[in-house]
Design a protein around this ligand. Sequence first.
Ligand SMILES: [Zn+2]
Length: 181
Amino acid sequence: MIKEFKVQYEERERKLSELQPYEVALLRRTIEICAEAKARGDHPFGCLLADAEGNILMEQGNEEVTRGGDCTSHAEALLMRKASQIYDKEAMSKLTMYNCADSCAMCTGAMYWGNLGRMVYICPESKLKEVTGDDIRNPTLNLPSAVVIACGQKPMEIVGPFPELVPDFLALHEGYWDKGS
Ligand SMILES: [Zn+2]
């Protein structure tokens, strides 16, 4: 028996003017976290967790290299692992993750299981995939987090992409990946 899974998804590009100024600052901070990860030898990805007033509760960069090749050490998965030991599911539903890029299926799964309320991201996977190619270190999926969440039983608000900040994020990735031919 063939089972088909179909989810409707229309990506809408956002303008920074749709966000509060403090939210724009938080998105810019995620790019700095990416640069910090890259500087210590990890992949240039980063995210942070903030409360409804925009106070930063936690920051996390990618640590795959730092953690000896642990493939689950994407920034968002690490953040969710730590945050879910501090904040219960009710508390987590009121928090927002600010993220340099849309999340892979693994990290989106961690947000789903942790009951994160909202995620705001800069760069769509489709744009990231253009610079990573099929590099075995980061064979980027083309599976928007919104599609993963749409298959779940509960909503999570997802806001992005924000093209105005994409060049600043992707500048950290140019020449970094072996994107093949
Ligand atoms: Zn991930």
